[in-house]
Design a protein around this ligand. Structure first.
Ligand SMILES: Nc1ncnc2c1ncn2[C@@H]1O[C@H](COP(=O)(O)OP(=O)(O)OP(=O)(O)O)[C@@H](O)[C@H]1O
Length: 647
């Protein structure tokens, strides 16, 4: 039987029409609501499987307000709206809908959107369930395996990380009747690396005397109610939680989730997780913690009463345990460099998705490392020994893209002298990376959608369809919602690709990674050029930290490459960061010598300017440069030239 659907739509005619289409297609209608309160009422009594929700409704509340509630209750929903401007799309996006239908739509669009939503919801549920099962197993093993207090708690932290992301986890405990408690505090310092923060390091980091911190701890109530606090709610807690206030100030935390519980030997425990992000936690996280309460209690029960007592007696004054740095085995992320919280979030997502066959959408500015992350996903997957085919959709001329992707039979069109195997066929049993998917021509988007849905391809001029088993990773530096809103990208394809989006933060949002990246490239170019540069001066690092990095990691790489070539001593003492816009009349050449790459880059930009950015066609840049347009596109990518740079 098909799902039960609630229609939330204040236009009578449209609501009736929806009802008709859905009943004809075999769905049951849970009801029609004209406003958010009406919808809430029907949800309570009818418990729909799906909700179709219009954005602008009667009354004060919008469909987006209802969607927040639906998300929290894990009820999948699809938006309907005549208004697809960017602002509305952005607000809608934050509620994580399962689809978006722009009015007017055809019956077919509606049914496909529901099917996609159903697929995504089922898939989400299944993978959540699988992951939770794995987590229960991990906790069971931690409970059964030996190991002291510290090891057990840190292993628990590691197991929870993928499910309850945190930058810091505190574990407080005390005998039920006592006021005295002790605690552990772990700060995430790498993918599987945690640093135990003790009272001395807290005093160092916060520049406050130890006595001060002890006083804070004495007056800090141990959390005894479960809850999650984001942004302003978190700020409101701080006046009555001096310890949290200090952590927020020192580490920049903006959200917190707490789960207290009681062990069978009458110890009260409180787990408290913190994140920098303002929207760090949700009701879903808390639900999961509640569901995990029993296995967590079992782990804490497995710590002997003696150990608990001695932890308390060593630290009778609310002290924290001794510092230690633990590192565990982390998945092989290849040469992805960086440990910033923003990058660690990305790695968590990679770790969650890599092992399944789920399609992944990588979103990020040019040069942020999307291709590198696609490599890591493929290499961590079960398909790692199978083909990994990369296609740059922007570098393919529109006339050839179809045959490149799907292949053609001999004689399929003029010039098809031989049969050609397309990229999808080459990637069979493996992975395909559709890079710059936002550049794919609209006509081809329909064909791609069919391949994704039906998992079969047809060579141009071929008579048979071929079954293929390919995992899709798509990447783009475009704002796909904007592309959809402006009619350049199909909404149905967008939702089909957007099953597991990963946003790669630009370098300016993770400057902590800059020194490690700079050293990584320094070593790489040392090796390539046979130089023996051993370091980068503090001044250079400082100026790099202050720079905005519009070209991201690729730009950093080029700068380090150049510096390695130009440095005569053993330390990079000087770096030529692009200055603020040059004065137009700066006629005098400075003494700065450009590298071959920079000269090539400038030359290509100057030609592109002459052709108004045109690459293909008569009189366009590729023709003037006498190279194929696809080669020009890939040179542009390598040299970090984006069309936006061409005035
Ligand atoms: N975290 C990282 N660690 C080390 N090197 C990185 C990292 N991220 C990116 N790079 C390097 O930076 C360069 C650009 O990365 P990549 O090509 O993956 O970016 P991209 O987002 O795919 O760019 P585009 O959108 O232009 O295709 C590459 O040389 C890559 O190896």
């Amino acid at each position: 039987m098909k799902e039960k659907i609630l229609i939330v739509e204040d236009q009578f005619v449209e609501a009736d029409y929806l009802q008709l289409m859905l009943t004809q297609a075999g769905y049951t209608i849970a009801g029609i609501a004209r406003s958010v309160p009406q919808a809430e009422q029907i949800i309570k009594t009818e418990k729909p499987d799906f909700v179709l929700v219009d954005i602008f409704l009667k009354g004060k509340q919008t469909g987006i307000d209802l969607a927040k509630q639906l998300s929290a209750d894990n009820i999948p929903f699809v938006y309907l709206s005549a208004n697809s401007n960017e602002e509305v799309l952005n607000a809608a996006k934050t509620t994580e809908p399962y689809g978006f239908l722009v009015k007017p739509f055809r019956e077919k669009d509606l049914l496909i959107a529901l099917e996609i939503a159903h697929y995504r919801h089922k898939h989400n549920q299944e993978s959540k369930w699988q992951r939770e099962k794995q987590l229960r197993n991990d906790l069971f093993n931690i409970e059964k395996e030996g190991g002291n207090w510290n090891t057990k708690v840190i292993e628990t932290a590691k197991a929870l990380q993928k499910h309850i992301p945190f930058d810091c986890m505190c574990v407080y405990f005390k005998p039920l009747e006592s006021r005295h408690y002790s605690g552990f505090m772990f700060r995430r310092s790498g993918f599987s690396e945690y640093q135990t923060i003790d009272i001395n390091s807290l005093s160092n980091i916060s520049a406050r005397p130890i006595e001060d911190i002890k006083r804070l701890l004495e007056h800090n109530p141990i959390d005894n109610t479960a809850g999650w606090y984001n942004g302003d709610e978190f700020k409101n807690l701080l006046p009555v939680h001096p310890m949290k206030a200090m952590l927020a100030k020192v580490f920049g935390f903006s959200s917190n989730i707490v789960l207290p519980f009681l062990t069978s030997d009458s110890y009260m425990f409180s787990l408290s997780f913190f994140r920098r992000s303002e929207e760090g936690y949700s009701a879903e996280h808390l639900d999961m913690l509640f569901r995990l309460q029993q296995p967590l209690i079992a782990v804490m029960n497995s710590i002997s009463p003696n150990e608990k007592r001695s932890a308390l007696s060593i630290h009778p004054e609310f002290d924290m345990l001794a510092p230690a740095k633990t590192a565990g085995i982390s998945p092989d992320f290849g040469t992805i460099i960086g440990k910033s919280p923003a990058l660690l979030n990305v790695m968590d997502l990679i770790g969650q998705v890599a092992y399944s066959d789920t399609s992944v959408l990588l979103l990020g500015e040019s040069g942020t490392g999307k291709e590198k992350i696609a490599d890591a996903i493929h290499n961590l997957s079960t398909r790692k020994n199978k083909p990994f085919v990369k296609v740059n959709c922007a570098a393919l001329p529109p006339t050839l893209i179809e045959s490149e992707l799907f292949g053609h039979e001999k004689g399929a069109f003029t010039g098809a002298l031989d049969k050609r195997i397309g990229k999808f066929e080459k990637a069979d049993t493996g992975t395909i990376l559709l890079d710059e998917i936002g550049e794919m021509p609209l006509e081809l988007q329909v064909k791609l959608l069919r391949v994704l849905q039906e998992k079969e391809i047809e060579r141009i001029g071929g008579r048979n369809t071929l079954k293929i088993d390919v995992r899709i990773i798509a990447a783009t530096n475009k704002n796909l919602e904007k592309e959809v809103a402006e009619g350049r990208f199909r909404l149905d394809l967008y939702y089909r690709l957007n099953v597991f989006p990963i946003r790669i933060p630009p370098l300016r949002e993770r400057k902590e990674d800059l020194p490690a990246l700079a050293y990584h490239f320094m070593n790489h170019y040392n090796h390539k050029s046979g130089k023996k540069i051993s370091g980068i001066s503090d001044n250079v690092l400082k100026s790099m930290m202050a720079y905005d990095w519009p070209g991201n990691i690729r730009e950093l790489e080029h700068l380090i490459e150049r510096s390695v070539l130009l440095t005569r001593g053993s330390v990079i003492e000087d770096i030529q960061l692009p200055a603020a816009p040059k004065k137009p009349d700066a006629g005098i050449e400075d003494s700065y010598i450009k590298t071959i790459h920079e000269n090539e880059r400038d030359y290509i930009i100057s030609i592109l300017k002459k052709c108004n950015g045109r690459i293909w066609g008569a009189g366009a840049a590729a023709e003037i440069l006498n190279i194929p347009p696809s080669t020009l596109k890939s040179r542009m990518k390598k040299l970090g030239i984006r069309k936006e740079f061409i005035p």
